[in-house]
Design a protein around this ligand. Structure first.
Ligand code: ATP
Ligand code: MG
Length: 428
């Protein structure tokens, strides 16, 4: 996977341009023992997948951390991609020096020149002697490193409690790591560690954001999209494939189920209850998605609904629609403002696709005044009296086409052989 455009989350400062290595820190999983191991392994697998197009990179794993040695691969690109791996809380660009005093002082001085702190910046050195044979202790090293730096930058103000700039020096036997920036990454739970759900993915702004939010909580998702050929076009279908591809950057591979919905929709048009059509369509979607979830072993449905946004998203509507499925119905955006959802969709890279003006199957049959307060008894009665209704739903499930979407195109990369050999250490 190459870096995402636009880049999600805060950009790095200067030190990235000087880095030999990226230090990835796991989020606080609040888990111990076996579960923690499983979570860390999942993050590692995801990181390895991202590194496939960068063959020179080397990985090392330590408790709570992953080190990515760059070996001249592009630091900025890798930073953007790795910041989006769920379960990684922060990343530090690291400069590596030999574990010899002279070299450490030299690299620290050059490191500070790259950072170029403004006069008045508060500062401290935080040295840690991990390798106990190193001749100077941690406290001694704080002094040895900071003295020449303060001479070179007289505008720096020492603050040992909460400095703006903290130069970390970790002295290990093989090498010393020097870093100062702690760049916030996406955090959350490693993908798939909280089970799997079916995401109802329209071509709109909301549902891709709901999908990303679910994945960030550790849910693997499969996407379900309803289309109404020939009323919806090939372009609308391609748009959903492209949206799934953006989501797959965060997941490696995502299944997309394309459900033919024309027959089901047209069954609703002749019943003389136009204001209930949206309610009936949404319920039909949930019923079909439930069948697919059962088939695929998913334990919940996810939608992009947000309270009050449109007529089908008032509380009475959500109540009547939600009863169509026995599965937990997750609505990650339910309390979010539209403007925040739009921001998030820009960050995760789905916005530009979502605003393409291709029709959704629901917009085709929208009545002039959809109800905001549907009556469950009437809805139940309509569904019970529609001829062959359950057979119609079953047929839609049977005719569903499934694709596997990857960030690379329709296929998985040819071979991932070699990735494992790049692991320098085995652990767990
Ligand atoms: P979105 O921006 O996700 O389309 P929306 O605010 O436009 O959401 P609706 O069009 O009312 O809201 O749809 C509500 C939810 O129903 C969507 O977020 C999505 O989860 C699901 N949905 C709507 N249309 C489709 C479709 N054609 N295929 C799959 N799911 C759909
Ligand atoms: Mg929509």
């Amino acid at each position: 996977m190459k870096p995402m455009e636009p880049a999600a989350f805060a950009a790095a400062g200067n030190s990235i341009n000087y880095a030999d290595m990226l230090l990835l820190r796991f989020g606080e999983f609040t888990l111990k023992g076996k579960n923690r191991t499983r979570f860390e392994k999942t993050v590692l697998r995801h990181v390895k997948e991202i590194l496939v197009p960068y063959p020179k990179v080397q990985l090392t794993k330590e408790f709570g951390r992953i080190y990515v040695k760059l070996n001249d691969e592009p630091a900025q690109e890798l930073l953007y991609a790795l910041k989006n791996v769920f379960g990684i809380a922060s990343i530090s660009p690291v400069k590596v020096s030999r574990s010899e005093l002279e070299d450490i002082l030299d690299v620290s001085a050059r490191f500070l020149n790259i950072i170029a702190p403004a006069p008045g910046t508060t500062f401290k050195v935080n040295a840690r002697r991990v390798w106990k044979e190193f001749p100077y202790g941690s406290i001694e090293m704080n002094k040895l490193v900071s003295t020449p730096l303060l001479k070179g930058y007289p505008g720096l103000i020492v603050d040992v409690n909460s400095p703006q700039l903290e130069l970390r020096v970790e002295i290990r036997q093989e090498q010393t790591y020097i870093f100062c920036e702690n760049i916030a990454a996406v955090g959350g739970f490693p993908l798939g560690t909280n089970g799997k759900a079916m995401l109802l993915l329209s071509g709109g702004i909301d549902s891709p954001v709901a999908g990303w939010s679910s994945m960030r909580r550790g849910l693997a998702v499969e996407c379900v999209h309803f289309y109404s050929y020939p009323y919806t076009s090939e372009l609308a279908r391609q748009k959903v494939i492209d949206l799934t591809r953006v989501l797959s950057r965060y997941a490696g591979v995502i299944k997309l189920h394309l459900v033919p919905f024309t027959e089901v929709q047209t069954a609703f048009t002749g019943i003389g209850q136009d204001n209930l059509i949206i309610t009936l369509m949404r319920r039909a979607m949930l019923k079909i998605a439930t069948s697919l979830a059962e088939r695929e072993g998913a334990l919940a449905l996810v939608t992009g609904e947000s309270l009050g946004q449109v007529a089908s998203q008032t509380l009475p509507s959500m109540n009547v629609i939600g009863r169509a499925t026995p599965l937990p119905l997750l609505r990650p955006l339910v309390m979010m403002d539209k403007s925040d959802i739009v921001e998030l969709s820009k960050d995760i890279g789905t916005y530009d696709l979502s605003i393409l003006p291709y029709e959704d199957c629901c917009t085709l049959f929208v009545p002039k005044s959809p109800t905001t307060n549907p009556n469950l008894r009437i809805v139940d009665k309509i569904e019970a009296t529609l001829p062959n209704y359950s057979a119609l739903l079953d047929a839609a499930v049977a005719l569903t086409e499934t694709m596997e979407i990857t960030p690379y195109g329709n296929e998985r990369p040819e071979s991932k052989a070699g990735t494992d050999e790049r692991m320098k250490e085995e652990w767990f």
